[in-house]
Design a protein around this ligand. Structure first.
Ligand SMILES: NC(=O)c1ccc[n+]([C@@H]2O[C@H](COP(=O)([O-])OP(=O)(O)OC[C@H]3O[C@@H](n4cnc5c(N)ncnc54)[C@H](O)[C@@H]3O)[C@@H](O)[C@H]2O)c1
Ligand SMILES: O=C(O)C(=O)C[C@]1(C(=O)O)C=C[C@@H](O)C=C1
Length: 360
């Protein structure tokens, strides 16, 4: 029988989930305090608009902001006595405590957190492939039934995510390091650009773009996330502070004296970064992949990238990742194509044969 999923809150995450589930054989009904959001989500094919007459769902996914998530879960548990209810809030322990304290039938509640998102919020930013290949943390509590856990796993798997099961407290500690402090780091680095003269900001290359993409994220959402995970975020930030202090002391010593030992400190900090970076998993949660980059000069004209991708596809070479570098005021860009090491030479040879200019 077709599973009926009610999505409560159809912004970036709720509408993306609706598009993906609707495309994978689920029946999806949508609700949101914003009538505009719900109509836009319907138009994006995220599901049908729910009303008083809509029948009871099998599963409810609350995709509302973190500070109202627990309240919406409790309301859903009380409103639909047979439904399994989950939420996708980025913090889990605070939400769980409120639900357990409420006295609602929490045996049908299992938390979740898709480790997928964007630096843009709102329904218009939704994408059907958002969850593909990402981790989806399923967060049962001691009273969750097996049937409820199975239902939530089914949703995560259906949208192409890799399920990881974790208690709420462990989840919050983990995401402090892999998501919440990285957000703060990006915001703090980007904030330093505010007063920079145009002539300096204009030099920005890919390094700055890589480090600051998520600095464009919604401050209202992130204020709630950081406040909701304050102890764990604070602990990771303290570790960051120790390293920042070490670097500042080393640089002070270089500026003010002969800097003995300072280069060693700088090198150690950078090497430690290499080690941490090498642990970040590759696509679909696989072991870190050592891709190599082939840089190709691409004319800034319609169809160039399409031709390049077509030529790669015809050569049977898979594109693992892509960065585009646009020089200011230039008629060409550089496409950095990440491929597995074994494909580098065949790709270089084929693209050169077809007349593409490679950039070393
Ligand atoms: N943005 C991300 O990258 C990301 C990733 C994973 C999980 N999350 C979590 O997903 C949830 C939604 O985030 P988003 O980025 O989609 O936000 P969003 O701002 O794009 O969407 C939130 C939606 O919830 C609606 N809403 C507000 N109050 C509500 C209420 N009381 N009941 C029902 N709906 C309500 C809003 O009208 C809006 O349409 C948050 O809890 C967030 O922590 C976000
Ligand atoms: O890729 C992004 O833009 C995100 O910010 C996604 C991201 C993350 O940190 O990975 C952000 C917050 C969510 O709770 C989950 C995923």
């Amino acid at each position: 029988m077709t599973t009926h999923v009610r999505i409560v809150g159809v912004g970036l995450i709720g509408a993306s989930l609706g598009i993906c589930l609707s495309g994978n054989g689920f029946r999806v009904s949508l609700e949101d305090p914003s009538p505009t959001a719900v109509r836009l989500a319907r138009d994006l094919r995220a599901g049908e608009i729910a009303d008083e007459g809509t029948d009871a769902p099998d599963v409810v996914v609350v995709a509302a902001p973190p500070d109202v998530a627990a309240k919406a879960v409790i309301a859903a548990l009380n409103r639909w006595p047979d439904a399994v209810v989950t939420d996708v809030a980025s913090v889990k322990e605070a939400v769980l405590v409120d639900i357990l304290d409420s006295g609602a039938d929490s045996s049908r509640y299992v938390g979740s957190h898709p480790m997928a998102g964007r630096e843009r919020s709102g329904t218009a930013a939704a994408r059907g492939d958002l969850f593909d290949g990402r981790a989806w943390v399923v967060v049962p509590h001691e009273g969750s039934t097996d049937a409820a856990i199975r239902r939530v796993r089914e949703i995560a798997t259906a949208v192409g995510s890799a399920v990881r099961v974790m208690p709420a407290h462990d989840h919050d500690e983990a995401v402090a390091a892999v998501s919440h402090v990285p957000q703060l780091a990006a915001s703090i680095v980007a904030a330093c650009l505010r007063e920079l003269p145009e002539s300096a900001v204009g030099l920005a290359g890919q390094g700055l773009r890589d480090v600051t993409r998520i600095a464009a994220s919604d401050p209202r959402l992130w204020t709630q996330i950081l406040a909701g995970n304050a102890p764990a975020v604070r602990d990771v930030l303290r570790q960051v502070r120790v390293q920042v202090d070490e670097v500042v002391t080393a640089l002070d010593s270089l500026v003010e004296s002969d800097g003995e030992g300072s280069l060693g400190t700088l090198s150690r900090v950078l090497e430690a970064g290499n080690l941490g970076h090498a642990r970040i998993p590759g696509k679909h949660g696989a072991a870190p992949a050592a891709y190599e980059v082939v840089s190709v000069i691409v004319p800034d004209e319609p169809g160039s990238l399409g031709r390049l991708f077509g030529d790669m596809g015809n050569a049977g070479i898979n594109l693992e990742d892509l960065h585009l570098e646009h020089g200011l005021g230039q008629a060409v860009g550089v496409a950095e194509l990440s491929v597995v090491p074994a494909s580098v030479e065949p790709l270089r040879a084929e693209l050169t044969r077809l007349g593409w200019r490679l950039h070393d």
